[in-house]
Design a protein around this ligand. Structure first.
Ligand code: SF4
Length: 500
């Protein structure tokens, strides 16, 4: 097994192999089946999700179909990411050197706790007690808002959907559209309840809702001394950071405050601007279904008299070096967080994002979350995530960087089983199946025993209830009654003399 050692400061010390438990939002409190069961009862949620994912899916497909060399672009994106993973230590050190050379400061964070502590210290050093935030998965991962609040700093989300989630005292349920589980009427209610000075005649017309949010945010943009952002990409050979967004609120944060702090997962680095070009084509079409994203902000260090005069880059590991050391699992780090895999996933469409527990929901979350945290045993909520899939492969087809998510799901299912400290009902069933399937005689006996199950199927031919542990299967699915004839009996009857 090949491993990659990062000679970066992150890993020169004893870097944790996995994101430590207790800080941030990479793990929920209940298993996926338990959460999904509750989500499925919520008809409003299912309606909102079904409508929103359907619209985004259709938009994405239409703009992807316009591009004659889409497959070549996907291959290019995949190849660049593979190259980045193979050279991550070198690229990160190049990025660090170029950020510093252009007046920025680089901080290395082994995990979420160190990243949060660094940001809090920098905000305090800047003399601020509130920050404006650009939408960022990295800071959701670390639970930065809660950490800042505990340290006496108020964090205001400025992305409209993130603002809705924050005002609703809610959790994001989608990578790109964090409030996808809310409809317009619910958003109007949240605004009326939570926004001081909002027009009481506010309607649920999207334009009116956006105007109300803009008025709410404008005052903050002009007064905030510090902004916190994530980064979609970082160009190693120039030290340039980049954020792509649709509303322009991110750009206000990136240009107006005196101090800008960017928290970035180490995997977001790309070697050159030419590589960035590939992703700036793949990302908007895959995420919002647009040909170009409306705002692409890039900044390199600091420029006297223009924009923030202090720039800090926090390079965060939080389990990524452990994932990188896994020759198969490292492909999960190729993800550019476009969310296309969520919008095509039949499981996500019905259960929604909260059911996954982690800030990374859907197919990529079902592998990335357990890879980052590790699986601590059969009770670990993240142990159930790799099973949150039909393995239909739609996620791979949609992924702009060709991550083989179904394959990763199967590998993480194996990791989940290996983590068991005591056998589960499924383990017992699988071991029994192995005993039967490794001997022709035992297999024949098992077939005969199973054929008795025909009586349970009755006239409908479907078995709806079995005793434990098989009851865990029939609790949510029917089982077809065994056929009259086994495959081998059929073969012997239809191919006489050929049976072996
Ligand atoms: S795994 Fe692929 S499709 Fe899913 S969010 Fe990441 S880049 Fe997009």
């Amino acid at each position: 097994m090949s491993t990659t050692d990062l000679p970066t400061p992150v890993l020169r010390g004893a870097a944790p192999a996995h994101a430590p438990a207790g800080t941030g939002h990479l793990r929920g409190t209940r298993s996926f089946p338990a959460e999904a069961r509750d989500a499925l009862q919520d008809t409003q949620l299912r309606r909102n999700l079904g409508k929103a994912t359907g619209v985004i899916r259709a938009k994405r497909q239409a703009v992807v179909d316009e591009v004659p060399d889409w497959e070549e672009l996907r291959l290019a994106g995949s190849a660049i990411k593979a190259d980045v993973m193979a050279r991550l230590p070198e690229l990160l050190e190049q990025l660090e050197a170029n950020v510093v050379a252009r007046g920025g400061t680089v901080h290395w964070a082994r995990d979420a706790e160190e990243a949060n502590a660094t940001v809090l210290r920098l905000v305090r050093e800047a003399g601020a007690d509130e920050v404006v935030k650009v939408k960022s998965m990295a800071t959701q991962e670390t639970g930065l808002n809660e950490a800042l609040e505990a340290g006496g700093v108020a964090a205001l989300e400025t992305d409209l959907a993130e603002l809705i989630v924050q005002l609703g005292h809610d959790r994001p349920s989608h990578i790109l559209v964090p409030a996808i589980h809310r409809n317009r009427a619910e958003i109007r209610e949240i605004f009326l309840r939570e926004m001081p000075d909002v027009d009481p005649d506010l309607t649920d017309e999207p334009r009116r809702l956006a105007m109300a949010a803009r008025a709410h945010l404008r005052r903050k943009f002009l007064s905030a001394k510090v902004a916190v952002s994530g980064a979609n990409f970082a160009v190693a050979d120039s030290g340039t950071l980049s954020v792509v967004e649709s509303e322009g609120n991110g750009r206000m944060c990136l240009t107006l405050p005196e101090t800008l702090i960017t928290v970035m997962g180490v995997e977001k680095v790309v070697p050159t601007w030419f590589d960035l070009e590939v992703f700036l084509q793949l990302l908007p079409r895959s995420s919002t279904g647009e040909r170009m994203n409306p705002y692409t902000s890039t900044w390199t260090g600091v420029t006297p008299g223009d924009g923030p005069q202090a720039f800090h880059l926090v390079l965060m590991d939080n389990g990524r070096s452990g994932v990188l050391a896994d020759p198969d699992g490292r492909a999960a780090l190729h993800c550019i967080r476009c969310s296309a895999c969520l919008n095509v996933c039949p499981v996500y469409e019905r259960a929604g994002g909260h059911a996954y527990g982690s800030v990374y929901p859907g197919p990529i979350g079902a592998v990335l979350s357990p890879l980052l945290t590790g699986i601590s045993g059969e009770d670990d909520p993240n142990a159930s995530l790799p099973y949150a899939s039909s393995l239909c492969g739609a996620c791979f087809d949609a992924c702009p960087v060709r991550i083989d998510i179904p394959n990763l799901l199967v590998q993480q299912r194996a990791a989940s089983v290996e983590s068991h400290r005591r056998p589960t009902g499924q383990d017992v069933a699988m071991r029994a199946a192995r005993v039967a399937m490794t001997s022709p005689g035992r297999f024949t006996a098992a077939e005969k025993a199973m054929s008795l199950g025909r009586v349970l199927g009755g006239r409908s031919g479907r078995i709806t209830a079995l005793p434990w542990p098989a009851s865990r299967w029939t609790a949510s699915r029917d089982v077809p009654a065994p056929p009259k004839e086994t495959a081998r009996e059929w073969f012997a009857r239809t191919r006489p003399g050929q049976e072996r």
